[in-house]
Design a binder for this molecule. Structure first.
Ligand SMILES: [Zn+2]
Length: 316
C-alpha cells in the first residue's frame, strides 16, 4: 500500500535521532483510498482501540498492538508490530507518557508514520498524596487518562478529527459515530456519579497497584492515598521503605481494600494486604478483557471497575 509521507513533528526540530516526540498533533492530509479500501489504522492499547473502533466504525481496518492482559508500561513490540505501524496511515496512542515503547517502535517502522496521541488536550494530573508510594519522585504526569470518561470524550474529538482529515469523504460518518459514542460516555459519567454516591465520604480512599487513579479520584471525589509500585508506571519496583510507608498509610487512613489491575502481578499487593488486614480487589486497568467478557469494551470496563470499587468501599 502507498505510505504517504505524513508530517510527524510539526514543531521542534532539534531532537536527537530516536528521541521522537509524539505528544503533539500531527498534521494529516487526505489519503488516496482505492475503491472499497478502508483506512489502515493502528492503536496501541485495547482501550484506545475500542474508542477508535467506535468512531471509525466499518470505515477503518484496525490493528491493536498490545495484546489483551499485557501491561502497556512494559510492553515490548515485535518486528510484526513495526511492520503494521509502517503499513498504517495513522497510529492512535494514549500518549501522556504511557507508551514507553513507542519511540523505539516508530524508529524501527521508519519515517513518515503519524501518531495521534488521543489524550492530547486533556488536563494532565500529577499524583496527589503523601509519600506512600506516590509518583512525586518521578515528576511527570499520570498517563491513565481513561479512568475519567470526560477525558475519553476528548479522545473521541481527536480521533474524529484525525479520521476526517485522512478520509474527508466519510467525515459525516465519523462525526455521527463520535456523537453517538459521546452520548454513551456522558451516560456513563452520570451512572458513575450515581454509583459512587453510595460510598461514604470517609471511605473514599484508594490504594492501587500503581498510581493510576488520579483522574477518577479527581472527577468523582476520591483520594488516592497510596500505591504498591512507586509512580505512574509499573517499571520501578518499590523499596522496602516504600512498602512500609504504604502500610502505615493504609492503617492510618483505615483503607478497606487494595485495588490491583489485570495487567500487574498481584503478589506484592497480596503481601501488603496480609500485613495490614485489608483485602485485594481485582480491577481491569491497563487492558480490556476478551470481547464478551466482563470488560469487553471501554463502557463495560468502567462499569466493572466502578461496581468493584463501590462494593469494596461502601459500608457493609
Ligand atoms: Zn498503568
Amino acid at each position: 500500500m502507498v505510505i504517504l509521507s505524513l508530517l510527524l513533528l510539526a514543531i521542534g526540530g532539534c531532537q536527537s535521532p530516536g528521541a521522537v516526540t509524539y505528544d503533539q498533533m500531527p498534521s494529516l492530509s487526505p489519503v488516496a483510498l482505492g475503491q472499497g479500501e478502508r483506512l489502515q489504522v493502528v492503536a496501541t492499547t485495547s482501550i484506545v482501540a475500542d474508542v477508535v473502533r467506535n468512531v471509525g466504525g466499518d470505515r477503518i481496518d484496525l490493528k491493536t498492538l498490545i495484546p489483551l492482559g499485557t501491561d502497556p508500561h512494559t510492553f515490548q513490540p515485535t518486528p510484526q508490530d513495526a511492520a503494521a505501524v509502517a503499513d498504517a496511515y495513522v497510529v492512535f496512542a494514549n500518549g501522556a507518557g504511557l507508551e514507553a515503547f513507542l519511540a523505539g517502535l516508530l524508529e524501527s517502522a521508519g519515517a513518515g508514520v503519524a501518531v495521534v496521541p488521543v489524550s492530547y488536550g486533556v488536563a494532565l494530573r500529577q499524583f496527589e498524596g503523601g509519600g506512600a508510594g506516590g509518583g512525586e519522585r518521578e515528576g511527570g504526569f499520570d498517563p491513565h487518562t481513561w479512568f475519567d470518561p470526560n477525558n475519553v470524550i476528548v479522545w473521541t474529538h481527536n480521533v474524529e478529527r484525525a479520521l476526517s482529515a485522512l478520509d474527508p469523504g466519510h467525515a459525516g460518518v465519523y462525526e455521527a459515530n463520535a456523537e453517538a459514542y459521546r452520548a454513551s460516555l456522558q451516560e456513563l459519567d452520570a451512572w458513575i456519579r450515581a454509583q459512587v454516591a453510595g460510598v461514604p465520604e470517609r471511605n473514599r480512599k484508594l490504594v492501587t497497584d500503581h498510581a493510576s487513579f488520579s483522574y477518577f479520584a479527581h472527577q468523582y471525589g476520591f483520594e488516592q492515598v497510596g500505591a504498591v509500585f512507586p509512580g505512574y508506571s509499573t517499571l520501578a519496583q518499590p523499596a522496602a521503605r516504600d512498602l512500609a510507608a504504604l502500610e502505615d498509610a493504609i492503617r492510618e487512613f483505615g483503607v478497606k481494600a487494595i485495588f490491583v489491575g489485570n495487567t500487574v502481578n498481584p503478589a506484592l499487593a497480596e503481601q501488603v494486604a496480609q500485613d495490614t488486614g485489608t483485602r485485594v480487589v481485582f480491577l481491569y486497568t491497563g487492558s480490556l478483557s476478551e470481547p464478551g467478557g466482563p470488560a469487553g469494551d471501554y463502557l463495560a470496563f468502567m462499569r466493572y471497575d466502578v461496581e468493584a470499587v463501590v462494593e469494596a468501599l461502601r459500608e457493609t
